[in-house]
Design a protein. Structure first.
Length: 817
């Protein structure tokens, strides 16, 4: 039994609030300025948001700098490395920002917009200014700015970290979507599931027992393709049974297509990189409280800053608690979360990070099969609030993650990094369920199928070590990355069933007919262990001034073993040794803002869960992902646009062996399979993200997809052929500047599963926010403003059909200090 919000969590959340308020008090304007304004010290600051850079300089020097969040919003400081006075370091960080440093009456520093030089003297001023700046400081400006998105106010990022070698979206020869911290806040995207459904080309597909998966380009995104800070293996089901809270995240990077270089084995669907928030140099405290339809309450607090006078140790605590009912009858969930992280600088070039996350998801009235339809696929016309689950149904999950990272700068831009993610997850389910297609004449067919009691214990570990850097050769600059990774996932599943099947009336469903059962002893147990070892390397080689070759590969060792915990019998023992997955891409810069690219990635997908009639495990399915496109960076690189076409082929896919049905007792289903099918997926994406005009942010994309097997049938009929998603936000100008308005549009074409149709539909959300003062903002989000009745997912006539959310509203109050 998992508690909904244990006392230690509440205590820690309160402590975090108190500490953050204390930190805010210590940085109030009444604090005296340090006397070290003219002392010279060493700085080693990477490129980062301008506000963070100035706060770091102030923390390290003891000199207070007044930072107006609106002035620095969206601005990035260059790297500042060397020995300077605090004033010189601050002026170096401000280079190119359009802001200048000024003394206030109290002797502290403040910021203001720099006055433009007279047109007649502009060239002379630039020359003189450059000479003076060079005499005072040495500034190293990196070609790639920080990928961090919080405090930028942007719907895009200047750099990606999903491939470990930071590069811009335009320089990446694959399709990528980034959902930023600002977009998550604007749209109230509180779980990774919410985020994925805002990305280009992503769809949701139902599975049994309440599980669901996300699809891209016709293929499922497996658990192994969800990364934490670029490292696989440290999390379990972050979008299914154990959805991750986004309060801890800075951004989510989603790569579409094959990610073999990053994750090794897997389908050519996509890779999701969830990037955690890290400590900031400046002391800060943020608070958010929201209330929404169906008694949806959510609280977030986020505080931290420098923990010592020198600013070399920094910490951050994030806590969230969600208590919500649902538009579906009986469903009530509670989700407490606590996250803490510490950064420490050990000398000039070494940084150590350690963190911990605790999260729970407790759901009463948990529904695992959704709604059925008539046997001919027609809708039953049931109210959207209909639940066929039981009041005593429950789903309880708990996650405890720890992670650590050591980063060492070896000189120049060479960096070595070692990262460890380790997580323990427990899942406990008590389920009573009903399903069955309804005869349109007799109106019968729904049956109660019994009670299920399921427990899972998961131990997941991910370890990664890599080195990145660049060198000059043959007249060009070349960037390389190489490393190794190891992941292990151990899962223990135990279950039992009880109860008798009985017919039920779907139109007059009586929840009281099924009493709360007593759990019997477990009679099934399966222990599984999956390991993946990889050695990888890649490079971005400058073949000519405008032409870059991306080349890489990964060697993979895969091992899977399972056994029955009651009999001890070995149920699976499969290995794949030295499987190589190459990757190649070309990027040609048409000009400084536009590039065209082409890329190739190979894939392999283990299929050890299937066996042939000879008793052999199926060999992996293998394939290739081809992609080409054009990308651009517009409006001072604040807007990213992209268009891509793709073609995916996957062969040796498992197919059911109809001539040997039931003759393979060594596998769970007793059915035999063979390597036979060839699957194909092709289509195109068009995407835009960033600032379209001053104050106007947009993120959106359109996908057209066609999937076929070797018999001409669609691979995933529940995936629409056309899918459009757009989100936008606009800050009103002039005397209305305290207001922001926004909208989200999600539209898709027709889809189906068997005979159940999901007609094409569009859903519109609207929002507006008002900045009360420099610290407080209120926002109203209205979802599905037209109250469109639609299916969010369909599963077939027997079960698996889920209504989309009706019209709903959420009011949020945010404070930033």
């Amino acid at each position: 039994m998992l508690l909904s919000c244990p006392l230690p969590l509440r205590t820690l959340a309160a402590a975090a609030l108190a500490c953050a308020l204390s930190a805010h008090a210590q940085t109030s304007p009444s604090a005296p300025a340090a006397t070290a304004a003219s002392s010279v010290r060493s700085y080693d600051l990477p490129s980062q948001p301008l506000g963070s850079a100035l706060a770091r300089i102030g923390a390290e020097s003891g000199q207070q700098i007044g930072i107006d969040a609106e002035l620095v919003r969206g601005l990035t400081a260059p790297a500042v490395r060397g020995s300077y006075t605090p004033e010189q370091a601050a002026r170096a960080a401000l280079q190119g920002s359009g802001l200048e440093l000024v003394r206030t009456g109290s002797g502290n520093w403040g910021l203001r917009t720099a006055a433009p030089a007279p047109a007649s003297a502009a060239a002379a001023a630039r020359t003189a200014g450059t000479a003076q700046a060079m005499a005072e400081v040495r500034v190293t400006a990196q070609a790639i700015t920080s990928p961090t998105t919080e405090q930028t106010g942007s719907y895009t990022t200047r750099a990606l970290s999903i491939g470990k070698m930071e590069q811009s979206i335009r320089e990446t020869p694959q399709s990528v979507t980034v959902v930023t911290r600002q977009q998550m806040d604007d749209q109230n995207l509180s779980s990774v599931e919410d985020v994925i459904l805002q990305t280009t080309g992503a769809t949701k597909s139902q599975r049994n027992f309440g599980a669901h998966v996300y699809m891209m380009r016709g293929y499922e995104i497996p658990d192994s393709n969800y990364l934490l800070d670029g490292v696989a293996g440290g999390t379990y089901s972050p979008t299914g049974w154990v959805p991750m809270d986004t309060a801890i995240l800075d951004r989510v990077e989603v790569l579409r297509g094959a990610g073999a270089l990053v994750v090794g084995a897997g389908d050519p669907s996509g890779v999701v990189n969830m990037v955690r928030k890290r400590p900031r140099a400046e002391k800060h405290f943020e608070f958010a409280q929201s209330i929404g339809s169906w008694s949806n309450f959510r609280t977030e607090i986020d505080g931290g800053g420098a923990l010592n006078e020198a600013g070399t140790v920094r910490g951050r605590v994030v806590a969230a608690y969600t208590d919500r009912h649902s538009f579906i009858d009986l469903v009530h969930s509670r989700s407490p979360m606590l996250y803490g992280v510490i950064d420490a600088d050990l000398g000039a070039g070494t940084k150590v990070t350690a963190g911990y996350r605790h999260e729970q998801t407790d759901i009463d009235g948990y529904s695992i099969f959704g709604l059925p339809s008539y046997s001919n696929g027609a809708s039953l016309g049931l109210p959207r609030s209909t639940s066929l689950g039981q009041r005593w149904n429950r789903h309880e999950a708990q996650v405890d993650d720890v992670f650590g990272e050591v980063e060492h700068r070896m000189g120049g831009d060479w960096v070595a990094k070692l990262t460890l993610n380790h997580g323990k997850t427990t899942i406990d389910q008590k389920l009573g369920s009903a399903r069955g297609a309804i005869d349109p004449v007799t109106l019968q067919g729904l049956r109660y199928v019994g009670n299920d009691f399921i427990a899972r214990d998961i131990d997941a570990t991910g370890l990664d070590a890599n080195v990145t850097g660049s060198f000059q050769a043959l007249g060009g600059t070349h960037k390389v990355m190489f490393g190794t990774s190891w992941t292990q996932q151990k899962v223990l599943t135990q279950s039992a069933s009880s109860g008798e099947a009985m017919p039920l009336d779907v139109f007059r469903f009586d929840h009281s007919r099924i009493p709360d059962p007593v759990a019997p002893p477990y009679d099934f147990g399966l222990r599984e262990r999956k390991q993946l070892l990889g050695i990888y390397g890649s490079g971005r080689f400058q073949l000519a001034e405008r032409l870059h070759l991306h080349l890489g590969g990964r060697l993979n060792w895969f091992k899977f073993r399972s056994n029955d915990t009651f009999t001890g019998a070995l149920t699976n023992d499969y290995r794949e040794n030295g499987r190589f997955t190459p990757y190649a891409g070309l990027v040609y810069d048409i000009d400084p803002l536009w590039s065209v690219y082409a890329s190739y990635t190979s894939t392999f997908q283990p299929q050890s869960q299937y066996a042939t009639v000879q008793g052999n495990r199926l060999k992996p399915a293998v394939g290739a992902n081809y992609e080409a496109g054009i990308k651009g960076e517009l409006f001072e690189r604040k807007l990213n646009v992209a268009f891509s076409v793709f073609n995916i082929k996957k062969r040796d896919v498992a197919v059911f062996d109809t001539g040997n049905e039931g003759l393979c007792p060594g596998v769970t289903t007793n059915d035999c399979y063979r390597n036979s099918s060839v699957l194909r997926s092709k289509g195109f994406d068009a995407e835009i993200g960033g600032e379209l005009a001053r104050g106007w942010q947009v993120s959106g994309g359109y996908t057209w997809l066609n999937t076929r097997d070797d018999e001409g049938s669609s691979l995933s009929t529940d995936t629409p052929r056309s899918l459009l998603r757009v989100s936008t936000s606009y800050a009103l100008p002039g005397e209305w500047s305290a207001w922001k308005v926004g909208a989200n549009l999600s539209a898709q074409s027709h889809a189906r599963v068997d005979t159940v149709q999901n007609p094409g539909h569009a859903v519109l959300d609207l929002r507006a926010s008002y900045r009360i003062n420099r610290n407080w903002t209120a926002a109203l989000n209205i979802g599905n403003v037209t109250d469109k009745v639609y299916w969010a997912a369909v599963g077939g006539a027997r079960n698996g059909n889920y209504y989309g959310m009706p019209r709903n509203a959420t009011l949020t109050l945010r404070g930033t200090f």
